[in-house]
Design a protein. Sequence first.
Length: 224
Amino acid sequence: MSELIYIIDDDKNIRDLMVKYVEKEGYNVKAFDNAEDVLENFNKDKPDMLILDIMMPGMDGYELCKEIRKISDVPIIIVSARDEDLDKILGLELGSDDYIAKPFSPRELIARMKSVFRRVKMPKRSNEIKIKDIVIVPDERKVLYNGEEMSFTSMEFELIQFLAKNANKAFTREQLLEKVWKYDSFTETRAVDDMVKRVRKKLQSYGCEFNISTIWGYGYKVES
């Protein structure tokens, strides 16, 4: 069965263009022009990915992203005419998996979608990473504690995996933006701090020993 993609944009021309090319790739698509209808339909017909615009009447894309993250780790790609670093950072802070600035080519959108899906579900199994009291299964995108799968977004998983693979080594916020988010032009690093806080809160909720340590005046690391 093909993945179900929600496309949310109040501009009909752009929405229809995205629908056309995403369907051409063999995906199933549901299109929306407002965030409220997305929330109403979400639990009835759960999507495998959301592609959403920021600037919409009523609830905007940022708020929708925030609401979705309360109930699901589904991959989210933000598309927006707002191309400032602060806009991208806010999108990452709220849990999006990628951010594409308008105008963009349909090929770029499809490439980004496939890249996010590859991160979320890898076809082969690799060696597990055992650190403290958790087990990370990289190619299955899983973090296990006492055999129970823990719930993390795609980018939260990337952060945990990267720090675990490089245990006992400290990284600056700028290095983490480059290595985990693949961005090297941000002038602010709030996104890293906010994601670390979210990951720590989740880890604490499970009661596990594994955690991310702050290196004051420098950045973060994980100890083995």
